[in-house]
Ligand binder design. Structure first.
Ligand SMILES: Cc1ncc(COP(=O)(O)O)c(C=O)c1O
Length: 304
């Protein structure tokens, strides 16, 4: 297409997933580890935390700053924003047609949530039926190390760490909360899409948080029964589906479960190796770090 592209990749992913970098290079783009020395946001974070593992909030700050300080560049975000969620609803619209072909309708709809786009994409086209009275259980699955919906508060916050993006109402752990370095890098985001946050507030979506050894256990079960190696992010949705199915079995109920397999895990084999060798660490959620990060947003506007 002849478009130049520069990618700010979260430091921990940059280090853990070298072949993603290779792909980006193969397609002709430039990739730098974030936080980097290329922006004011990156430099100020590195000055305070030279070993920062980075976060999606920091990478967003760097990309926004870089684009905003050049005349010839535009910045595009691939999740969180409501219009991105709307674009992704093609997944749910297609799922409706596929369910019709299977002569079925889901009792439970499950997806993993980072910024919220793949889950919303699957869930939103079915949501109109729930609002019209149909009984559907919507389950958003997040990592225990970054439990935005299950532990965060609902308030206005910045979408990025350096406060360059506008404030939006969302569930948040605080814009400068840096989650532990779990393998599901795409779920290490401090906030949540405004539309998903709103639906959680209305009680139309519920959320659960899982430890990484548990989600890899379900990923292995899935790989051995379906032949597909899921991304660690997607493994959260799989774990949600597995636990929901087990609970239904225990209760003697038959449930139709629809979940989104958001990506493959072919670049995450080091994480699978660690899991299979029993070396994967379950990192606890840092409550004190969240309290600190939430204190920093006390003065922002509150939701009604
Ligand atoms: C495979 C995969 N699934 C899910 C996500 C989470 O993003 P979102 O919540 O926007 O769908 C990511 C993010 O990088 C991802 O790589």
């Amino acid at each position: 297409m002849g478009l130049e592209c520069k990618v700010y990749m979260v430091r921990v992913s940059y280090d853990q997933k070298p072949f993603r970098r290779s792909l980006i290079h193969a397609w002709g783009a430039e990739v730098v580890a974030s936080p980097s020395n290329e922006t004011n946001s990156g430099r100020s974070i590195l000055a305070e935390h030279p070993d920062s593992s980075g976060s999606l909030g920091i990478a967003i700050s760097e990309a926004v700053e870089d684009a905003a300080t050049r005349d010839d560049s535009a910045y595009s975000l691939g999740s969180v924003l409501n219009h991105v969620l709307m674009h992704q609803t093609v997944i749910g619209e297609e799922a409706i047609e596929q369910m019709k072909m299977a002569g079925a309708y889901p009792d439970v709809i499950i997806g993993c949530v980072g910024g919220g786009s793949n889950f919303a994409g699957l869930a939103f086209p079915f949501m109109r039926d729930k609002i019209a009275g149909k009984e559907i259980d919507f389950l958003a699955c997040e990592p225990a190390a970054c439990p935005t919906l299950t532990h965060g508060i609902y308030t206005y916050d910045f979408g990025d760490t350096a406060k360059l993006a506008p404030v939006t109402p969302m569930h948040t752990l605080g814009h400068d909360f840096v989650p532990e370095s779990i393998h599901a890098g795409g779920l290490r985001y401090h906030g949540m899409a405004p539309l998903i946050s709103h639906l959680v507030q209305l009680g139309l979506i519920r959320a659960e948080a899982y430890l990484q050894n548990d989600i890899f256990g379900s990923a292995i079960t899935f790989a051995r029964s379906e032949g597909i190696i899921p991304a660690p992010e997607s493994a959260h949705a799989i774990h949600g589906a597995v636990t929901t199915a087990k609970k239904a079995d225990e209760e003697g109920k038959s449930k139709t479960i629809l979940f989104n397999l958001s990506g493959h895990g072919h670049f995450d084999m080091a994480a699978y190796d660690n899991y299979l060798a029993g070396k994967l660490v379950d990192v606890a959620f840092d409550e004190a770090e969240m309290e600190r990060a939430l204190k920093a947003i006390e003065s922002l506007p509150k939701t009604a």
